[in-house]
Write a protein that binds this ligand. Sequence first.
Ligand SMILES: Nc1ncnc2c1ncn2[C@@H]1O[C@H](COP(=O)(O)OP(=O)(O)OP(=O)(O)O)[C@@H](O)[C@H]1O
Length: 748
Amino acid sequence: MQSLRSYLEIGRTVGFEPFEEGAEYGPDLIAMAVETDVFLFHRNDDVNSRLIMVDGDSWSSVTSMCPNGQEDLLKRVDRAAWEIAHPPVSLPWNWSKYSFESLIAFFALPRYLNSDSMRWIAEAMPNGDACFWRLTHRGNELRLEDFHPRKHLAEAVRQRYTASLSAAAAQFPPELDAAEQLLQPTVDLGVIGFASVIGTHTYSMWLPKLTAAQRKVLDTTTTPIKIRGAAGTGKTLVMMLKVLQELYRDIDRKTSSVEGGMAHDEEKFKILFVTHSSSLATEVNQALDRLDERGVVSRHVDVVPFTFLRTLLQGEQSHGAEVFGEDSLDGKQRQLELISKAIDEVTATTWSTYEDNVSAWVRQSALADRRSDQRKSLCWSLMREFVEVIDANRLKPGVNSLRRYINLPRAEWMVNLKKQGDREFAFGIYRNYVEHLVQRNQLTIDQAMSDFLLFLESYLWNLRRKLEGYDFLFVDEFHLFNDVERLVLHLLTREPDEYPKIILATDPYQSPFAYVTGLRENELSHAVRDFIGAPQHLQLIDLRTNYRFAPMILNFVRHAHNRVPNIVDMGHDWQYEAITSDAASGGNMPVVCFSPEDSVITRALEYADSVARKVKGDSRVAVVCVTNSDLAAVVEPLRTGRGLKSRFEIVESRDDFYQLSISRRAVVVTAGPYAAGLQFSDVVVVFTAEGQAEFGGQGTSAKRAAITYLYLAITRAQTNLRIFSTSGENDLNDVLRTAVEDGVLQSS
Ligand SMILES: Nc1ncnc2c1ncn2[C@@H]1O[C@H](COP(=O)(O)OP(=O)(O)OP(=O)(O)O)[C@@H](O)[C@H]1O
């Protein structure tokens, strides 16, 4: 497995060379032919290494691709093989995984590179090896149920591999000395993710270090508990410690009551830790393993991204149907394109029904050119309306749904569709948009989630719940869950008649797409109010000490935080002023550089490039774009490669963070929402005029959206922060300019 990662790393730097007998790929990798196989050995391979076996014809198809195609395809092979070695196999939804017994099928490439619908048929071997048996494509699809792998071939390959290990080891050049190795550090997720959160401490080493508020989380025995804290206050850390505390407590209780031994399987205490993204789930998994002093976590705790819950509990349902990845740049762009197409179709056909009843801004934007900012702004507003209002209220097009939608009360946090005519138009677009999805055999994540909800409400799940449900539920980054997702939580516990034992961590100011759901702070969801327990039972614990930011960054973060319009009741005690920093001193004054639109990106990238060449040790540089549109604009020059010396690693979805574990030190380029939960020593923030359209026009809702996005981006920085923005007038620049006036930000 390690050898594929190194091969990928080399391939993306100097190009992919086909394997040839005796070929060396850097100091750690050699190819060796043994009978009919070609093995790629890594220096650290041993008999316990997991093998990735790829059938010869499929390998020829891989190597005949362009370098970008090869890279993307091999990344998927690597990711799937890692998952196979660490079951249950959780792959991003847009890979459309389908499994049957030990076989797994999934899309071999991202959709935009995959006009042939290539899919892998892979197999999880009992020892954790992964066999990639066949690449199918449109025209030669195969049902997994009809595929019969020749397992004995895989067993023979494994034997030949083991027998050749010592011959391979003898061929490696001597190892580099330690000083030379230091020159080749890898960007490992550990540095920006889980390792930075827990350091080298285990559970009991952390306990004495906790603040009084963090301690209170461990000492509180009643639930639900809602842990509220700004970015960097240790929410994830304290949730993980609480998991271990509850687990150890249960084991101790059972060991003293069940004579001298472990409890039976059916009484097994089960904890579910839900994250919003698979990268965070991987990190929490690894961190829990490290913190755990009794080696029991893997038996009792499932750490899964929310989207994987459905597969875990219900099995795969969407065979053939693609789930639209909303949580990625590509997914969002495709949704926007579809919405824009729907606007074109409606304005060309039934426009006269709406024309006289919509607001002026909706009319102008609907009739504006597809590429204009006005049109883009309308598309973003409609996308938010679909997710936050229509899907959240489960208003699938159908009899009466328009009337129910129109009758919903409007709140200030919702997008600016004030007139009834605006909402009739929005629903017309929604109808057209859903028709397109049906034609393409696609579902949005929210639609798939609604279906999952129906399953959890079924009698079948009621039967299985006692055995498959959980005793305890932990939900990290609760602010990123929308109302449909929140609705699912109380159905996951074992006991339908009891209030669920649930602990959640949230920072309402980091909520970029659901923005705010219009909830009061002591409510968890509109819909589940009655199930989770009366608001007065909710234990609200505030974490106020910040461990991430150097003091000068904290001052600026506090300024931005206090500028977020408080358009729902955030709780009377939600004062950021009280939060202090315990991060090591040092760090520099954050800086903003206003530039004309055409030079913002070039300046930002050149700056990031120069910083990346200077930083040392565990320092990591990230370019964090405020919005998806900024990210799209930054990615363009990076793809064409423009005289920059550092390596830039583009992360276009929350799932993409996985790829950092296979790349050498690089400048990470991403957007704030995808980097939630991660931290970097140096952050370069980019905001362009393109980004402004995403906030959906003017008004309080747009202002809140703008500052929330800015907040998400700047709160990733630990020591150094530099913002590159356009020189125009907008809500976000208003925050930056007042910060300069207040002396918490320096203008360059
Ligand atoms: N009591 C403590 N003592 C020392 N360091 C701490 C303490 N609590 C948290 N930290 C450190 O604070 C940093 C941030 O922790 P964590 O990622 O859990 O915060 P968070 O609130 O979940 O942030 P975000 O909302 O941005 O995900 C980590 O490096 C962690 O090790």
